[in-house]
Design a protein around this ligand. Structure first.
Ligand SMILES: Cc1cc2nc3c(=O)[nH]c(=O)nc-3n(C[C@H](O)[C@H](O)[C@H](O)COP(=O)(O)OP(=O)(O)OC[C@H]3O[C@@H](n4cnc5c(N)ncnc54)[C@H](O)[C@@H]3O)c2cc1C
Length: 372
């Protein structure tokens, strides 16, 4: 199911759930438009049901905030429309409540967005810039007011021995500006001494293939995610970063890649979400941010070793307390983190779930997040 359409009069776009966002972006670029979706081309459309963080989110909210109408097959086989007018409760839970809880979405109608030239790229730093980069990230999260500027800051730890040379860690910034001239939006990052800077004018399909074309395939291995949520004051995330780095040192050989990603949720994002009706997370005002912890383990690990390393990584993440009153991000969460329970709307979502899936068909027959 990969049909797509664009209506130039309403500027609404439609896409079906098959395929990946890269194909969807490639299609809409002929109209100089795009949809709010994944930051990497190879991710599937289930992303939008879990909220969906995009480089365009600081301007337009999460991917799900741009939904205008969904075609959904309910557990009893009925095909229904969910929108603000038709089954609004089902529409509400579908905007960020995760897939598989109440029906299968067979068509998305969304508000499309302009896509012209982007000034974007990666800046890569060596280990010794760790503190300077974290300060620049904190500064950006707290003070950037230009919603056209989006970042992800990723700390990468490799399994190679440290050898006191500090060659086992790199910091990879993704910097994306919607427009050909970013002004000074990223100066705090580009002014720090770096190894590589690939910033330049790009199309949207080029942006979602950073750092290199086909990078999604490279990152499609055994990636296990966990998520934390923090506010940019108080320095709690500096402790989280330190704990993560200590764990990485103590567990050399037990992973092939570790990554810790800073994903800002600026006030402009939460304002844009509210202006479109809000989503199932009912996101409190930014700025705050999600921390995504990724671990990729070696292919030939025994089951016992795999369990042990995942348990130890889980405990390290759990030891860094999260900010009160903020939701964990479904798309980056591990199943044992129960992200839905961190939503202020959880009781309402459970009620809607009971209405549309009274026999618990999806919980019994499929995976996905549990409302139980
Ligand atoms: C390399 C990589 C990059 C990523 N980048 C981002 C990013 O930029 N932004 C972000 O928000 N997240 C990102 N993620 C996280 C991503 O959102 C989740 O992994 C998400 O689950 C991917 O959706 P999918 O459709 O590819 O996966 P799936 O596992 O197929 O789907 C996810 C869930 O939704 C359900 N589902 C899927 N489609 C439907 C449907 N049509 N109707 C009902 N239920 C459905 C599935 O059953 C499943 O429970 C990334 C993940 C990876 C691995």
């Amino acid at each position: 199911m990969t049909a797509k359409s664009y209506d130039p009069e309403t500027t609404l776009a439609t896409y079906e759930p098959g395929g990946v966002f890269g194909d969807i972006y490639d299609y809409f670029v002929q109209y100089n438009r795009t949809v709010v979706g994944a930051r990497l081309a190879g991710v599937g459309t289930g992303l939008a049901l879990g909220g969906g963080m995009s480089y365009l989110s600081p301007q337009y909210g999460m991917a799900c905030d741009s939904f205008r109408e969904l075609e959904i097959v309910l557990p009893d086989g009925q095909i229904v429309t969910a929108s603000n007018e038709s089954n609004p409760d089902l529409f509400f839970v579908s905007r960020g409540g995760g897939g598989n809880a109440y029906g299968v979405v067979t068509k998305y109608t969304v508000q499309s967005r302009p896509a012209g030239q982007f000034y974007a790229g990666n800046v890569i730093y060596a280990f010794d810039q760790t503190d300077a980069v974290i300060d620049a990230i904190e500064n950006f999260i707290q003070y950037n007011t230009d919603p056209k500027a989006a970042i992800i800051g990723t700390y990468e730890k490799l399994p190679t021995p440290d050898l006191e040379l500090n060659l086992d860690e790199a910091i990879l910034m993704f910097l994306v500006y919607d427009g050909p001239d970013a002004g000074t939006a990223f100066s705090n990052f580009t002014n720090i001494p770096h190894l590589i800077n690939t910033m330049g004018i790009k199309t949207y399909p080029e942006v979602v293939n950073m750092p290199i074309p086909f990078s999604t395939e490279l990152s499609a291995g055994d990636n296990i995610f966990r998520v934390g949520v923090h506010r940019p004051e108080g320095g709690s995330y500096k402790n989280a970063l330190n704990e993560w780095r200590n764990w990485a040192e103590d567990n050399k050989g037990k992973y092939i890649l570790l990554s810790l990603d800073f994903q800002p949720v600026p006030k402009s994002l939460t304002d844009a979400s509210k202006a479109q009706g809000g989503n199932a997370m009912q996101m409190p005002d930014g700025p705050w941010f999600w921390l995504n912890y990724l671990i990729s383990t070696p292919p030939l690990m025994s089951d016992a070793d795999y369990e042990a390393v995942q348990t130890s990584y889980r405990d390290m993440v759990a030891a860094s307390s999260n900010a009160e009153g903020l939701p964990l991000f479904i798309n980056d969460a591990n199943h044992d983190q129960n992200p839905l329970q961190t939503f202020s709307t959880f009781a309402k979502l459970q009620e809607i779930k009971r209405k549309y899936d009274p026999d618990n068909f999806f919980a019994d027959k499929t995976g996905g997040w549990s409302f139980a």
